[in-house]
Design a protein around this ligand. Structure first.
Ligand code: PHE
Length: 340
């Protein structure tokens, strides 16, 4: 009997020796220890043995069972460890990889300049606001003293979505939106995309503007000039001078066109300023009393100035870019040349 037990035991241990899979281990369990397993069969046969043999054989069978169970536990643990090892290997991330030769991204020139502009104006006490790009005719024109039949509408070639909804042609609607929502003193700046039916080297159908608005008691044209001058000195150079020329916008009175001394030649005259020494950079003026009153701000008590300029134009001047369309083509060879 002892021999039979040893044979079964050895057979079982051999089957467990060859790196069995979990399934193979399971079938070994069934084959030897299961209800109809070979070792179990021996136990069932105990009843036919003599009273002397019974305990002896019983003990041997139990010993064999313990050894098999210990072996199974060991191989199961080995399978588990192997699986864990494979998982760790498959999920391994080489954190030592050398990325120092990779290419670094950078901000788009327009984002870079926009950031600089926001910083300068924030330092000067302006609050940054935003408004919708899809606007109503009311905010884009009518509230800005430009009624439906006003000839000044011709200056702004508009993309209409419906008769009364359009893509904003400038950031000026935000003057109205801000004045409707807040009371003076107001000192805000509003950057954003604008759209016009226009496409050449200096005009893009999509472009970026910044609107500035200051409303308080006793605000004058001198404050406008001083503000633009302080800003220009910070953005271009300390020697930048400002010149105002009369102009017309329905929503400002008086209206001015603001020129800065050419940042390229310092005012001597060059190709960038077409020999004049001056660069035309923004439209501005004193907020028309009609617009103030229309927004519920008493024009007898308050006055204000507003200005609007192209971020694209500022970027082109600052970095000597001759074609605005380069800024919207995302050609990496162009973008790479402009770093902050
Ligand atoms: N919105 C005007 C334009 O786009 C510029 C402007 C802004 C003029 C604010 C006056 C005051 O041409």
């Amino acid at each position: 009997m002892k021999e039979t037990i040893d044979i079964i035991l050895n057979e079982c241990l051999t089957e467990l020796d060859n790196n069995p899979t979990q399934d193979e281990i399971q079938s070994v369990k069934v084959k030897f220890l299961g209800k109809n397993g070979r070792l179990t069969a021996l136990l069932k046969g105990l009843k036919d043995l003599s009273p002397q043999e019974k305990p002896l054989v019983g003990q041997l069978v139990n010993l064999a069972r313990e050894r098999i169970e210990a072996k199974i536990a060991a191989v199961e643990e080995a399978v588990k460890q192997q699986k864990l090892k494979e998982k760790i290997e498959s999920e391994y991330i080489d954190i030592t990889a050398d990325f120092t030769h990779g290419k670094r991204g950078a901000l788009h020139p327009l984002s870079m300049v926009n950031k600089q502009l926001m910083e300068i104006f924030s330092d000067m006490g302006f609050v940054v606001k935003e408004g919708p790009e899809v606007e109503t005719d009311y905010y884009n024109f009518q509230a800005l003293n430009t009624p439906l039949d006003h000839p000044a509408r011709d200056m702004q070639d508009t993309f209409y979505i419906t008769e009364s909804i359009l893509l904003r042609t400038h950031t000026s609607p935000n003057q109205v939106r801000v004045m409707e929502q807040s009371r003076p003193p107001i000192k805000m700046i509003c950057p954003g995309k604008c759209y016009r039916v226009d496409d050449d080297a200096t005009h893009s159908p999509i472009f970026n503007q910044i609107e500035g608005l200051v409303v308080d008691k006793n605000v004058t044209l001198c404050d406008l000039k001083g503000t633009i001058e302080a800003f220009s000195k910070k953005f271009f150079s300390d020697s930048t001078k400002v010149r105002l020329r009369p102009s017309f916008f329905p929503f400002t009175e008086p209206s001015v066109e603001v020129d800065l001394t050419c940042s390229n030649c310092g005012g001597k005259g060059c190709r960038l300023c077409k020999g004049t020494g001056w660069l035309e950079v923004l439209g501005a003026g004193m907020v028309n009393p009609f617009v103030l009153d229309n927004c519920g701000i008493d024009s007898q008590i308050y006055s204000g100035f507003a200005f609007g300029f192209g971020i694209d134009r500022m970027t082109m001047i600052k970095y000597g870019i001759s074609d605005i369309r380069l800024m919207y083509q995302n050609d990496i060879r162009f973008l790479q040349q402009i770093v902050g």
